[in-house]
Design a protein around this ligand. Structure first.
Ligand SMILES: NC(=O)c1ccc[n+]([C@@H]2O[C@H](COP(=O)([O-])OP(=O)(O)OC[C@H]3O[C@@H](n4cnc5c(N)ncnc54)[C@H](O)[C@@H]3O)[C@@H](O)[C@H]2O)c1
Length: 359
C-alpha cells in the first residue's frame, strides 16, 4: 500500500496532483478545517479550492475526536448533498485529520479524501499511514478505520505559524522516526535549534518518507509498524494520567518523556549503557527544556509509576494481558513486542524521572 504524498517547499507552488482531479465537478470539494483557519492563511494552489468550496470548521483538540463531532460532520456532508463523487479536503493538525479521515472513510461507506496537514505532527506522522480514529471511553483512538487518503499534500509553509510547543510536539515524532530507523538522519538533526525560522522544514520530506516506507511494509500494524510506537506506551499512559490530574500535557511532549523511559529501558535490555542512547536522551531533554512544558517535570517526578500501570495494560499493542513495548538495539534499529513487567517499569521510571529535577 503506497501512499500518495506531495510536498510543497517554501519556494515552490506545486499544484495538487490528484489523478482524478479532471472529473471532479467544480463543486467537487467539501472542506473540513481546524477552526483556526477562519483566521490563518492557506497557501498557493489550495487557495482556489478554499475560496470556492463549502466549509465546516471544527476546533482542534482531543475532545473533538468524538462520535459527537463525527455525527456533526456526517450531518453537514449530508446537508451539502455529498456523495462518493465528492472529495473531503481535510485541513488541520492530527486531531482534525484523525477525525476527518474517520468521517470520510465511513460516510456512504467511504468518500475520497485529501489530507492537508498543518502541524508538524500532522506532516510527518498523523497524515501518513491511513489510521483514522476517535477517542472513546477516556482512551485514545479506540474506534477507527484503516483507510489511506487519496492524497496527502504537505505544504511546509504551514510550519511558520506554529508556536514553540507545537514545533516541539512534531519534532519529538521526527526524532522518534530517526531513532527507530535512520541513524544518518539522527546524526544530522541531533543539534538542530528548532526555534530558528526555517530550521525544521528541510527535514520534513525525509521524516515523512520514513513513515511512508514503514507503513508500506506493514499497513495493518502487525510487525514493523509497531516500531513507530517507540516511546508511545509510556506517553499514552502519561496523557491518560495528566487528563485525570487536570495537567496540560501535549502528545509530542509526552512522547519525548516516553522516549527517555524507553531509551533507559533499551539499555537495560542490552545489559550495558549505550553512549549513543545517553546522548540521545540529552538531546531530547535539551529540546523539552526549551518550552514551558518542562515545568511538568514537577508533576512527573511526583508521580507514582504504579498509578500509570492500568493505562499501560490498556495499550492496544498488548497481547494476553502482557504489556508489550518497543525498544532500540541501536540508534536506527528497533525491536517490538518486548514484554515489560510492573517491576521493570517501576525501576526504570525511578532511574529516569526521580532524578529529573536535579539533572
Ligand atoms: N493517525 C496517526 O497515525 C497519528 C499519528 C500521530 C498522531 N496522531 C494524532 O494526532 C493528534 C495530535 O496532532 P496535533 O499535534 O497536530 O494536534 P492538533 O490537531 O490538536 O493541533 C495542535 C494545535 O495546533 C493548532 N494548529 C494547527 N495548524 C496550525 C498552524 N498551521 N499554525 C498554528 N497553529 C496550528 C491547532 O489549532 C491546535 O491548537 C493526536 O490526537 C494523535 O493521536 C495520529
Amino acid at each position: 500500500m503506497h501512499q500518495n504524498i506531495q510536498f510543497n517547499q517554501p519556494d515552490q507552488n506545486q499544484h495538487l496532483e490528484l489523478p482524478w482531479i479532471q472529473w471532479i465537478q467544480s463543486d467537487g470539494f467539501r472542506i473540513l478545517a481546524d477552526e483556526r483557519f477562519r483566521e490563518l492563511p492557506v497557501f498557493g494552489p489550495l487557495t482556489h479550492v478554499w475560496n470556492t468550496s463549502p466549509k465546516c470548521f471544527i476546533s482542534a483538540g482531543e475532545d473533538s475526536k468524538s462520535i459527537k463531532s463525527a455525527e456533526r460532520i456526517w450531518s453537514w456532508l449530508d446537508q451539502e448533498n455529498t456523495d462518493r463523487g465528492h472529495v473531503l479536503l481535510i485541513v488541520g493538525g492530527g486531531t482534525i485529520s484523525d477525525l476527518g479521515g474517520f468521517v470520510a472513510s465511513t460516510f456512504k461507506r467511504g468518500i475520497p479524501f485529501v489530507l492537508v496537514p498543518t502541524t508538524l505532527v500532522g506532516m510527518i506522522d498523523a497524515a501518513i499511514g491511513g489510521k483514522n480514529g476517535l477517542n472513546y471511553s477516556d482512551y485514545k483512538n479506540q474506534i477507527g478505520t484503516f483507510q489511506l487518503p487519496d492524497l496527502t499534500y504537505i505544504d511546509v509553509n504551514f510550519i511558520s505559524s506554529l508556536d514553540a510547543l507545537e514545533r516541539t510536539n512534531g519534532w519529538m515524532e521526527l526524532v522518534k522516526h530517526s531513532l527507530i530507523s535512520d541513524r544518518t538522519l539522527w546524526n544530522e538533526i541531533q543539534n538542530v535549534d528548532i526555534h530558528l525560522p526555517g530550521a525544521i522544514a528541510p527535514w520534513v520530506p525525509r521524516a515523512a518518507e520514513i513513515k511512508k516506507h514503514i507503513v508500506a511494509q506493514d499497513f495493518l500494524d502487525e510487525s514493523l509498524r509497531k516500531s513507530l510506537n517507540f516511546g508511545h506506551t509510556v506517553a499514552h499512559a502519561l496523557e491518560w494520567k495528566a487528563q485525570q490530574d487536570d495537567v496540560q500535557l501535549s502528545h509530542g511532549v509526552a512522547v519525548g518523556w516516553g522516549m527517555l523511559w524507553s531509551l533507559a529501558w533499551s539499555n537495560s535490555l542490552l545489559q550495558r549503557d549505550s553512549t549513543d542512547f545517553e546522548l540521545a536522551s540529552r538531546s531530547i531533554r535539551m529540546w523539552l527544556d526549551t518550552i514551558p512544558a518542562h515545568h511538568q517535570s514537577h508533576w512527573l517526578s511526583a508521580l507514582d509509576p504504579a498509578e500509570l500501570w492500568p493505562a499501560m495494560l490498556k495499550d492496544k499493542k498488548n497481547l494476553d494481558g502482557a504489556v508489550l513495548d518497543v525498544a532500540l538495539t541501536q540508534i536506527g534499529e528497533a525491536i517490538w513486542n518486548q514484554p515489560v513487567t510492573l517491576n521493570k517499569f517501576t525501576s526504570i521510571w525511578k532511574q529516569v524521572f526521580l532524578s529529573l529535577e536535579t539533572n
